[in-house]
Design a protein around this ligand. Structure first.
Ligand SMILES: [Mn+2]
Length: 198
């Protein structure tokens, strides 16, 4: 199940990212994807944006240790208890990265219309230099980063079924990231982003 290649870190202008294309074996990724699709907790949430209530263009779930709330864009997510398969994945990530995680934000992009706009994972509870571990399942999607101080400077990645992406160091301070809309895409993608909240 674990990436057998060493992680290759890229460092550019404050971004520190690494990816592993085949972190999960195809069988493990398929199984995890089916299990995640079957979770009954998927909801379309609303955030407040400039005082307006807006439906997020995706479904989400926050699984975390007891008492670990996730607050962003005016939302306060109460933690749901970890499913067994995610606890296993968390232990695997913790062992291979030597980093503790206490929550996972799961996003479900039902098709290419579902997306995520430009933002940084810079909530104070994540601390100044969070390590975020993101496992992708299902349809491959483009993932883009841009420098905060120069939007022309971008990094584009394609996140495939079973892959792992890590963002660390000052990535969230210096860069934003997004998952752009891809109108032709009819398949879904589920993304599991492991975090440590203080
Ligand atoms: Mn993010």
């Amino acid at each position: 199940m674990v990436c057998d290649q060493p992680l290759r870190w890229q460092h550019q202008h404050g971004a520190s990212i690494a990816s592993c294309e085949h972190f999960l074996s195809p069988d493990a990724a398929d199984l995890m994807f089916r299990q995640a699709q079957a979770w009954p907790h998927w909801r379309q949430h609303h955030i407040s944006l400039f005082g307006r209530r807006v439906a997020e263009p995706r479904l989400g779930i926050w699984f975390a240790d007891p008492g670990v709330h996730y607050r962003y864009s005016g939302r306060d997510c109460e933690p749901l208890a970890w499913p067994k398969c995610l606890l296993q994945l968390r232990r695997l990530l913790e062992a291979s990265l030597q980093q503790r995680f206490n929550g996972v934000l799961c996003n479900r992009y039902r098709d290419g219309n579902d997306h995520m706009g430009w933002h940084s994972d810079d909530e104070p509870s994540l601390g100044g230099q969070p390590l975020i571990a993101s496992v992708s399942l299902g349809a491959g999607r483009d993932f883009v980063l841009r420098r905060k101080d120069d939007h022309r400077h971008k990094i584009s990645l394609h996140l495939q079924h079973g892959s792992l992406l890590l963002m660390a160091g000052t990535t969230q301070q210096c860069w934003q990231h997004a998952l752009p809309r891809r109108r032709q895409l009819t398949q879904e993608r589920i993304n599991l982003t492991f975090r440590l909240l203080g």
